[in-house]
Design a protein around this ligand. Sequence first.
Ligand code: ADP
Ligand code: MG
Length: 687
Amino acid sequence: MRPEALNPLFIEARDLDGVGPKMMKPLEKLGLTRVKDLAYHLPERFVTRRVIADLDEGGEGEQVVIALTPTEHRASRNPGRGPYRVLAQDDAGNICALTYFGRASYTAKKQLPVGEKRWVAGRLDRYGDMLQIVHPDHVEKDSAAHMGRLVEPVYALSEGLTQPRVASLTAQALERLPDLPEWIERGQFERESWPAWRDALKLAHKDMNEPARDRLAYDELLANSLALLMVKAEGRRRKGQALAGDGNLRAKLDLPFEMTGAQKRSIKEIEGDLQQESPMLRLLQGDVGAGKTVVALAAMLIAVEAGKQAAMLAPTEILARQHFETLRKMAAPTGAEVAILTGRAKGKEREGILMGLLDGSIDILVGTHSIFQDTVNYKDLGLVVIDEQHRFGVQQRLALAAKGKRAPHTLAMTATPIPRSLTLAQYGEMDVSRLDELPPGRQAIDTRVISQDRLEDMAAGVERHLASGQQAYWVCPMVRENETDDIAAAEARYSWLKERFGDDVVMVHGQLPPDIKDANMERFASGGAKLLVATTVIEVGVDVPSSTLMVIEQAERFGLAQLHQLRGRVGRGSEKSVCVLMRGNELSETGRKRLALMRETQDGFRIAEEDLELRGGGELLGTRQSGDAAFRVANLEQVQKLLPVAHADARLLIDRDGGLTSERGEAARILLYLFERDWGVQLLRGG
Ligand code: ADP
Ligand code: MG
């Protein structure tokens, strides 16, 4: 049960002032459904604005406050799609466009009547030969209202939210913070001169307060380490079973290729673990295409040789089917019985599978999460393989582990290359095998870096490419942190490309209705469209082998891990593939090195390690807003700096007070519930 002290933090956001039903959707999109989420929605940065007398005084890209008088409203010829522009004049007669996309145009109509002077705060940009401010942050009748905001927090937003809205909600959340006992070890707390928890949250919303942010990050890391250690301790208490395969099934495999050294090594490591009685907890890391499936098959055959069953869990129905087909074909000569169970299996079919699992006639089961429903029982489950580990929580892993009479061995697989120093944070104390060698014969992707100024040349290049009968991806520029702005930029690029390519081009982005998105994807995948324009996320699972060119605009704004994933969309067919990274002109030294690294290597591990060296890119730990990030508060630098200490401290606490019953132990329980790592606490109770 959640400690009562935390109740105020778990109050629903919809109970706050000014939150109507319409606002819940954008809040949910950001994961801000409770008071606690809002309190932890820390500003991404702070803007410092300067008041300028006329436009000439402001620099491009600068945050300014300026008096402007609207002279004309210009709706897009294509209502609802293109931008809505308000032309406005400064006191010296210079013209600037105030640009709005989507529904924001209603605001513009209300706030900016022609002929009336307004004080506008926002970022000055260039648009062609005109100055513009896209989605001004504030529009006021007089300058005084701006003065208190010359330093202002910038929060991550979603469509339908504004900065002032979010600021008012976080302020309400901060007022409701309870007083909680200190869970950080006293010595540590004093040495660092950190603020108390409640103060730390308040400070972190005011400015880039480093001690406050570190303290909050430390809390999260401590909670995570505690929970992982509790899981580990639980695993140690449960006995597993030693699985010694005699190799007879593996000898019957008839693979069309020779295993790579990395594959052989990983199988050896897994075999060694399986021979132990304590349950294996191993992570198999290998880039897309590294050949993880056959390693998993070898592991599962070891279990079958030892007279046990194995189950493989896939994140989606499609992947489960793919795995099933592959495994069944590969395993055919061994005689091992492979079956599939997903949510779709109904009636007789489902019953047959359940029977087969119970009587042991099914050796290997592939499926989605439905393979660990209560109604699914195995005769003797010896090994669980989890594909794409990051999509599953530890909780699900535990549910699966509880299936066997004795704890089964677990092999988790992931395609996300993570630097060695970070695996602890992400996966706790798992053992790691790495497939750091790709199977031979893969086509290298020719990666080039060109200036963003060469947009025209690039379009001409794409035209030649399409003329040769191949397809291409065009990934749009990232504007700012704001998704709406990114989509606006994508829409603009799409219109520009459409003038040239007409019906050959389609677009996908996160705000298109799913049926339209699917239809567009389908047209591209079937070859009906030749060029796919996309925002940052080209859906996982997009596999169009005849698409052999990828253009990525403003590549320096992407994380390297993300660039690596994006680039992985080409190079899937027999034709040579090219990836063009377009860079802006104000490239820092680090930025230059990062793009050079992309050009130089296709090795995901090397990219991950060197990116960490170069700038500690935060994207390695997953996308913060997408909910699959390991941490919501701690960034990468903080993980590196604070995790070793937090982990050691957690270990000490668990060693001394494994039941969390001391005064500090009680506080630590609160911490676990606060960060929703309470599955750790539940283990305690079960024990
Ligand atoms: P992933 O690591 O992304 O899961 P897969 O297991 O799907 O990769 O393997 C990708 C492709 O490479 C498959 O077609 C597989 O048959 C093939 N493959 C795997 N290992 C080798 C190897 N040692 N030599 C050649 N091809 C291989
Ligand atoms: Mg795979």
